[in-house]
Design a protein around this ligand. Structure first.
Ligand code: PLP
Length: 427
């Protein structure tokens, strides 16, 4: 049997595979709709009897090629793109949860995800229990209930940079007959494949490293195909019993290991419609072609910057899982031996006011609400994303008032350090 391609080759070659005389580069199918010769053919597509395109809200060839590349990078069986990372996490959970159900959620997930699950989905009748990712196995198990349908956590949490013990979480989820969903945005499939460690479904905000150039908001969901829904038909009726909106199709019977993604595409995309534009998917694909080159360089630069900051007399603390002094160093070595991510957080001895002052003195690092793109950028959550909170509320939310989030880009590391040096010397 032919050896599967390595990630470098997948980044470049997967997805679009042109046939004789077709364009070498992934075409942008900028069309809402697709033409058929007979009415019967179109009918078969609507019945999910045949594969094919009919309306871009459900599926589009450009989007599908890019989803396939991400699927291969993660080692999954099926994947879909969404118009944002928020939509990806929403669909990933809502595909198997309905009113009356319950989710186990890691406390350190990205604020947008936390809000989505803890507040917005609560209004839809879906409740959650919050667990500390550092809790031991038995404590995590206490959060599960009869109506729990999934567990959601992040490989490397944004912005807390907590590294998830994926095996511990997978074991707890499986002991309670539910899948583990892991948001792998910060690690990317270059540094970590959560499926290898027992996760069942992976999500991404492709807005970050996958795009890598801060051009397009986007998301992705990948299914490992490993979670056997048919063992628990009462827990997952949406996958194991007839879907009357699709002529009584039972997704697990008809689509096997691809049931979860087929259901999310044919039900959730159909009804909620968060599809990316083909143009954005084309740009995402250009980003993916260099993901394997960019991610190691982000990590290399971040390591140098973190070590520089750790030695600086004005710096009070540095949080980066690549530092030997870091609480998560061992876990990071286990799950991401080649590097974690390019994001660092740190605080200054001068506290909140010094953090505010540093922001204005940086020249190369730009103040933006973003992380994980080619250009170094910086944010002071207490002054920006979390500015409505007082110092006490900030601490409760796990965001120190002095925390500076620094996303190390692909510039020369010495230039990034020189920028920090000149700014630190003036505060
Ligand atoms: N997941 C993580 C880990 C994120 O950092 C973000 C955004 O910062 C999201 C999801 C949401 O993604 P998007 O902004 O693409 O909707």
């Amino acid at each position: 049997m032919k050896k599967p391609y390595e990630k470098e080759t997948i980044c470049i070659q997967s997805g679009w595979k042109p046939k004789n005389g077709e364009p070498r580069v992934l075409p942008i199918y900028q069309s809402t709709t697709f033409k058929y010769e007979t009415s019967e053919q179109m009918g078969r597509l609507f019945d999910l009897e045949e594969e094919g395109y009919f309306y871009t809200r459900l599926q589009n060839p450009t989007n599908d090629c890019v989803a396939e590349k991400i699927c291969e990078l993660e080692g999954g069986v099926a994947a879909m793109l969404t118009s944002s990372g928020q939509a990806a996490n929403y669909y990933a959970v809502f595909n198997i949860c309905e009113a009356g159900d319950h989710v186990v959620l890691s406390s350190t997930v990205y604020g947008g995800t936390f809000n989505l699950i803890a507040n917005t989905m609560k209004k839809m009748g879906i409740s959650c229990s919050i667990v500390d990712p550092d809790d031991d196995y038995d404590t995590i198990c206490k959060a599960f209930r009869e109506n729990t349908k999934c567990v959601l956590a992040e490989t490397i949490a944004n912005p807390a940079l907590v590294v998830l013990d994926i095996e511990k979480f997978a074991k707890a989820a499986h002991a309670h007959h539910v899948p583990l969903i892991v948001d792998n945005t910060f690690a990317t499939p270059i540094n970590c494949n959560p499926f290898r460690w027992g996760a069942d479904i992976v999500t991404h905000s492709t807005t970050k490293y996958m795009d890598g150039h801060a051009m397009c908001v986007g998301g992705a969901i990948v299914d490992s195909g490993n979670f056997d829904w048919t063992l628990y038909p009462d827990k997952f009726p949406g996958l194991c019993t007839p879907d009357e909106t699709y002529h009584g199709i039972v997704y697990t019977e008809k689509f096997g290991r691809k049931a979860y993604i087929t259901k999310a595409t044919s039900q959730l995309m159909r009804d909620l419609g968060s599809i990316p534009s083909p143009m954005n998917s084309f740009l995402l694909n250009v980003g993916l072609e260099t993901l394997h080159l960019r991610v190691p360089r982000h990590c290399e630069n971040a390591q140098k910057v973190a070590e520089y900051l750790e030695d600086h007399e004005k710096v009070a603390w540095v949080n980066y899982p690549g530092l030997k002094s870091n609480k998560y160093y061992e876990l990071a070595q286990k799950y991401m031996p080649n590097g974690t991510c390019g994001v660092i957080s740190f605080g200054l001895k001068g506290g909140r006011s010094a953090a505010e002052s540093l922001m204005d003195k940086l020249e190369l690092a730009a103040i933006v609400t973003h992380v994980a793109d080619a250009r170094t950028c910086v944010l002071h959550p207490a002054s920006h994303t979390h500015r409505q909170m007082n110092d006490e509320q900030l601490k409760e939310a796990g965001v120190n008032p002095d925390l500076i989030r620094f996303s190390v880009g692909l510039e020369n590391a010495d230039d990034i350090i020189a920028d920090l040096e000149q700014a630190l010397s003036r505060i």
